[in-house]
Design a protein around this ligand. Structure first.
Ligand SMILES: Nc1ncnc2c1ncn2[C@@H]1O[C@H](COP(=O)(O)OP(=O)(O)OP(=O)(O)O)[C@@H](O)[C@H]1O
Length: 245
């Protein structure tokens, strides 16, 4: 279980303090799929980075399976089984896709058929990619899918995906949502997915709308999706204004 208690994150610019996350309280149960959504700049990526340890909160406490991880760095959190896929993944010149998947799996060698399975689950044809370097020759969508495959290879208890749909074509997106659904129904991991996609939101156990650094609304997909869709259609976003929905 992941518990966020009054988590805040502020930065100081000159004389001004900017409150990016404001007293976030959230509990995520094991094997649940939670989607963070909401308007641009609402604080979703910052919250994901705070959970992963890429950003240190300026207030509050984070517990993972009852362990206080608030001041642990990213390596310590990774050892506890938390992984994060960047919105814009880094590239690794000189490292092949096969090597990257092997490193992610934590094994000395990863059988070819297993590498292939991870790549297939993100819609990539493995024979075209296994021996390619994860460098600038790969497209943005390819790097994104390879990074998601490395998270699958890690097989962590808590997987955080930051806009997995970004830059991914419709066909691969369909394959990817199927993969999220499989992870969810097999109860093999807890997932936090930052997404604006109706298809992904509809799979969630819990949808959390972040706006202005706060949790504006939270509920099941059945409760939240009609409200989010209504909100986007009216052109007068209730979510942005933070009124009760
Ligand atoms: N280190 C920082 N210094 C100043 N402002 C920051 C910093 N980190 C984040 N912000 C600001 O905090 C706000 C929240 O950013 P964040 O990336 O978490 O939003 P988001 O909800 O993920 O947005 P998007 O949907 O566009 O990806 C933004 O206005 C961003 O510019």
């Amino acid at each position: 279980m992941l518990e966020l208690k009054n988590v805040s994150f502020s930065v100081t610019e000159g004389d001004e303090t900017i409150n990016i996350l404001k007293n976030i309280n959230l509990t995520i149960n094991d094997q649940c799929m939670v989607v963070f959504t909401g308007p641009n700049g609402g604080g979703k990526t910052t919250l994901a980075k705070v959970i992963m340890g890429l950003v240190q909160p300026t207030g509050g406490q984070i517990l993972y399976n009852s362990t206080d991880i608030t001041h642990m760095d990213i390596t310590a959190r990774a050892k506890l089984g938390i992984s994060y896929g960047f919105q814009q993944p880094p590239r690794f010149k000189g490292i092949t896709v096969r090597k990257l998947l092997t490193l992610a799996s934590g094994q000395a060698t990863l059988p070819q058929d297993q590498c292939c399975q991870y790549l297939t689950r993100v819609g990539l044809c493995s024979k075209d990619y296994l021996d390619r370097e994860v460098d600038i020759s790969l497209s943005g969508g390819e790097v994104k899918r390879i990074e998601i495959a490395t998270i699958l290879a890690r097989g962590d208890g808590l997987m955080i995906f930051d806009e997995p749909e970004a830059g991914i074509d419709l066909w691969s997106f369909a394959r990817l949502t199927e993969t999220f659904q499989q992870i969810h129904t097999s109860h093999s991991a807890t997932m936090i997915i930052i997404s604006h996609q109706e298809r992904i939101i509809s799979l969630a156990d819990q949808v959390v709308v972040l706006r202005g650094g706060e949790i504006g609304h939270s509920g099941t997909a059945e409760e939240m999706l009609p409200k989010i869709l209504q909100d986007t259609l009216t052109g007068c976003p209730v979510m942005n204004r933070g009124e009760a929905v």
